[in-house]
Design a binder for this molecule. Structure first.
Ligand code: ADP
Length: 405
């Protein structure tokens, strides 16, 4: 595409997302939006790891032990050398790193230096599963690619300036302040990207648009966005709050935890594991993937039917709540794995909301959507859209904005 040729002369961004035992990466053309190459290193630190590199229509897969993130990234850079694309020809102008928790510190992307690394480390108690591997990824990438600026892009940044009414938990203010307890949200890069891009797609000025974004993946969250700024979101101190997810419970009476600790003899870590990894669709049906839950429904499993009702009832509650917070909603956007692919979830989540001006046209809604698609009927007060998210492109563009290219 001509856009991509033009953009590549302006440079590309390597986007890196480091998990506890994995590194996901994508070489992105930030102007044209294309992924020039992408890949995944998995099972880092285990007996055998796996590497998958996709570029120019060719997939290269390797099984080999990957001792640590440094070795994982070295293997990835080796694959760029071996099968392409050549990174110096691609003119990498920045490396963009996804960081989950920016806490009270970061309200936007920043150029990484030793001080930023220290602050990300300091925020680890707020995201013990995410920030440490994110930071490891940043450190090894800075060592291996020392001549390129590295930018940290925070999942929480879009929600940094939530109104106090939405960000504040009604607990003792001193306790909250001392322990940094507030709503930070997550998936912010996706909520920001989708809320802004969907307005552009619909030809609406984002400054005059009230949008609810439903990011429904394995993790799931809702946000209310007014005039391009987030005014509420469903994830909280951690990504556990809000919608029902693949393995997370979402909203629950906090007293359930005291009850289980007092009466079921569970430890803090056991309750943490229950609510984060053994709840949600997984807890209700044994399966965390909605495709499997639908299969169980087809087999007549009652618990699976109830699980879909619980899942979509929660989404509907948030849609109603955010319609109220926004004082009326212009656009509802479904995104991520479930939002883009599951027409049953989309239909059930918005069923019966006609009096709020929210309707889904069954024919428009039918099937999986790879492209932005309006699924509300013509003339409906609220435009309902399926809008594919692209977190890598969003990170790449934020990195470009920081390095000023
Ligand atoms: P994450 O990035 O949070 O891991 P994704 O956005 O990739 O998640 O979404 C993954 C989830 O999307 C799967 O667990 C599954 O429930 C759902 N999903 C993917 N494809 C389909 C499909 N064709 N129909 C229904 N659900 C799907």
């Amino acid at each position: 595409m001509s856009t991509s040729t033009t953009a590549r002369s302006q440079g590309t961004v390597l986007v890196v997302n480091s998990g506890s035992s994995s590194i996901k990466y994508q070489l992105v053309d930030p102007a044209g939006g294309d992924a020039i190459a992408s890949g995944l290193v998995e099972r880092i630190g285990e007996e055998t790891g796996a590497v998958k590199h996709v570029a120019g229509g060719t997939t290269t897969e390797r099984e080999l032990p990957v001792a640590d993130h440094g070795e994982g990234l070295r293997i990835v850079l080796g694959l760029f050398d071996e099968v392409g694309p050549d990174l110096s020809a691609a003119q990498v102008i920045a490396v963009g790193h996804r960081v989950v928790q920016g806490g009270p510190v970061f309200d936007g992307p920043v150029l990484v230096d030793a001080e930023v690394e220290r602050q990300i480390d300091e925020l680890s108690p707020l995201a013990p599963l995410h920030n440490p591997p994110n930071l490891t990824g940043i450190r090894v990438a800075r060592e291996l690619l020392p001549d390129v600026p590295h930018v940290a892009v925070f999942d929480t940044a879009f929600f940094h300036h939530l109104p106090a009414a939405a960000a504040t938990y009604a607990i003792d203010r001193e306790v909250a302040a001392r322990h940094h307890v507030r709503r930070y949200g997550a998936h912010g890069t996706s909520h920001q990207y989708v809320s802004h891009e969907v307005a552009a797609y619909l030809g609406r000025p984002v400054e005059q648009t009230s949008t609810i974004v439903l990011h429904l993946g394995n993790g799931a969250s809702a946000s209310a966005v007014q005039g391009g700024r987030a005014v509420d979101t469903s994830m909280g101190l951690t990504p556990l709050e809000g919608l029902v997810m693949g393995t997370r419970t979402g909203d629950i009476d906090p007293a359930v935890t005291f009850h289980l600790m007092r009466n079921a003899g569970m430890s803090v870590d056991e309750v943490d594991d229950l609510l984060n990894r053994r709840s949600g669709l997984k807890g209700l049906t044994g399966e965390n993937d909605l495709r499997e839950v639908h299969r169980l429904v087809d087999e007549g499993v009652e618990a699976a039917r109830v699980a879909i009702d619980v899942y979509t009832h929660r989404i509907k509650k948030y849609v109603g709540a955010y319609a109220a917070v926004l004082g009326g909603v212009d656009v509802i956007a479904f995104t991520a794995g479930v939002g883009e692919n599951d027409d049953v979830v989309r239909a059930l989540s918005l069923a019966g909301l006609e009096r709020l001006g929210i309707e889904v046209d069954p024919e428009r809604n039918a099937g999986r959507k790879k492209e932005p698609t309006v699924i509300s009927p013509d003339g409906a007060a609220t435009t309902v859209v399926v809008f594919p998210t692209n977190e890598e492109l969003a990170i790449a563009r934020q990195a470009v904005a920081v390095v000023g290219a």
